[in-house]
Design a binder for this molecule. Structure first.
Ligand code: HEM
Length: 215
């Protein structure tokens, strides 16, 4: 039987392709969007990571979610530096969650509160993605809008404390494989992962509507 890390990756493959090829992501990676769209996207990420990380200390001692809570992953401080760079010192004043972002953040917060195994699905979907495809987005953002390499504006994508991302991802997959739940609960985690991808795609759709290309 496949390991759980293989199962969750293969089961969410289709959703991954969908997120990756969404109009907003394609336009972003194609260098067709202005920096304002990138800033707006970064603002949406703030709400998602606020939900993921504000409850993290509470989950640290949980037998299922606890092993995933690693300080070197925390993104909120980097996001806040990026936003100060993108929007200026008053970045909080204009910060608005799109309805799709609110729905996503509420789902994460609900898992933090009531379902640590569901939280693992959200944790995996975001952090392993940031460590993987996130690096492609960073490279494109640096080139498109001229951010200093790994500097302000793209710090969200830079995991300063993870020297070897490939090794980190390997150990992360080992954590997934060792998650102490039965097969039925593993299936529920997989379903929640698909839902997490869909919530991301919803945010991309909303951003795509906000930043349509005139061409
Ligand atoms: C245009 C955007 C994206 C690109 C180019 C991209 C690209 C990639 C690549 C190349 C990998 C494989 C890396 C490896 O095996 O080491 C990967 C893995 C992953 N991506 Fe993405 N991705 C994108 C968007 C997303 C989004 C929006 C999410 C979810 C929010 C996501 C979640 C993941 C996850 C969870 C993995 C880890 C799969 C695993 O090994 O278990 N990605 N991505």
């Amino acid at each position: 039987m496949d390991s759980f890390s293989t199962l969750i990756r293969t089961a969410s493959h289709e959703q991954h392709v969908e997120a990756e090829t969404s109009t907003f992501m394609s336009d972003l990676l194609g260098g067709r969007l202005g920096v304002d769209a990138y800033a707006r996207y970064t603002e949406q990420l703030w709400f998602v990571y606020e939900a993921l990380e504000s409850g993290a200390t509470r989950l640290a001692s949980d037998p299922v979610a606890g092993p995933f809570i690693r300080p070197e992953l925390l993104r909120l401080p980097s996001l806040e530096r990026d936003l100060a760079h993108l929007r200026g010192p008053d970045w909080r004043t204009g910060l608005r969650a799109l309805p799709a972002t609110r729905a996503y953040a509420e789902r994460v917060a609900g898992c933090v509160r009531d379902w640590p195994a569901g939280y693992v699905a959200h944790h995996y979907t975001r952090y392993l993605g940031d460590l993987s495809g996130g690096q492609i987005i960073r490279d494109k953002a640096e080139k498109t809008w001229g951010f200093t390499k790994k500097g302000d504006g793209v710090r969200f994508y830079v995991f300063e404390e993870i020297g070897n991302p490939a090794a980190f991802k390997r150990s992360y997959r080992e954590l997934l494989d060792a998650v102490p739940v039965d097969d039925l609960e593993k299936q529920r985690i997989v379903s929640e992962c698909k839902r997490a991808f869909a919530l991301n795609t919803d945010v991309f759709r909303a951003l795509g509507e906000e930043f349509p290309l005139s061409a």
